[in-house]
Ligand binder design. Structure first.
Ligand code: PLP
Length: 299
């Protein structure tokens, strides 16, 4: 593989099954159940100059995803932290998103998951592509689509074809992202959570099996509550989303980004229509403040 291709994919040193190695040396079997069935889970943990944003919470969610698929966790939290730290150091630090994937392992192709397999564990560090300043100024566009993914979206599974096809459909309609609705209620986006604002109140869809419990979503709620911002966790209808004053997406790689166009129409009303709103700006600055107070791994 050319080094240019390598650069575009991830940083040069990766982790596979307990060992750090050059990306070019990392091979897995085509019979890996992750490849054959998407039988695995993943995480993406942001690190800023070696400091993880809610690393423990990400590793706890990884545990919940593994529990959901009945795959044993090969490492303790302390062992994960040591391996992640070594991977980041081997790639010379900086701002990276550590991608972790665990699959059930390698077996003869059979739907029934065999017991006693050895999990395949892969990690890579990708440069963290936090949105450029103009994205925060201008916002992004979304289209509404019916959420036709499976009913266990709370598991961060590697089987992501539903999200891939929805994102593709949104992009084909010329939008940056998709806003998904199940039975007329907001769930999330293809790879981020969504919040709406109406009359100064932040509205967040409740966590259940229909969406991923985003670490950024939970952090934003915590920061909003600490700052005394009015917030309700409740179902948000398609009608309310259309009438919202503000909409944002939130994720580990995007942080918080305003949605300024929905289905070809500006979000919001009057002179602020189509522009990032006041509560977005407040949340953005609360998040940046939080980021600056991060501590190194294990502290
Ligand atoms: C479907 C989905 N929802 C929400 C999120 C946001 O989660 P987090 O804030 O933990 O990155 C992601 C992140 O990948 C996701 O894939």
């Amino acid at each position: 593989m050319s080094s240019e291709m390598n650069q575009n994919m991830c940083l040069p040193t990766v982790f596979l099954n307990g060992r750090l190695m050059p990306f070019e040396d990392a091979y897995i079997s085509p019979l890996d159940r992750g490849f054959i069935f998407g039988d695995g889970v993943y995480e993406v943990i942001p690190f800023y100059d070696g400091m993880g944003l809610r690393c423990t919470e990400h590793l706890q969610r990884l545990q919940r995803s593994l529990d959901g698929l009945e795959i044993a966790n090969p490492y303790t939290i302390a062992e994960w932290e040591a391996h992640i730290g070594a991977l980041i150091t081997a790639n010379h630090g900086g701002n990276v998103g550590v991608y972790i994937q665990i699959t059930r392992g390698v077996a003869k192709r059979d739907f029934s998951p065999p017991v006693g397999l050895t999990q395949t564990v892969f990690m890579m560090a990708n440069p963290l592509a936090t949105p450029k300043p103009e994205v925060y100024e201008k916002g992004i566009s979304c289209v509404s689509l019916d959420d036709n993914r499976w009913l266990r979206c709370n598991i961060k599974a590697t089987a992501l074809l539903g999200a891939v096809m929805l994102k593709h459909a949104g992009n084909q309609e010329g939008a940056d992202e998709v806003m998904l609705f199940r039975d007329g209620y907001l769930t999330e986006s293809s790879a981020s959570n969504i919040a709406a604002v109406k009359d100064g109140v932040i509205l967040c869809p409740p966590l259940d099996n229909l969406l991923l419990a985003g670490i950024t979503y939970e952090l934003m709620i915590e920061l909003a509550r600490k700052a005394g911002l009015p917030l309700q966790i409740r179902r948000v209808s398609r009608h309310e989303v259309r009438a919202a004053d503000e909409l944002w997406i939130m994720s580990s790689t995007k942080e918080v980004v305003p949605i300024t166009m929905l289905d070809g129409r500006p979000v919001g009303h009057g002179s602020s229509a189509g522009k990032p709103g006041a509560l977005f700006r407040k949340m953005f600055s609360l998040f940046q403040e939080y980021k600056h107070g991060l501590k190194p791994l294990g502290r």
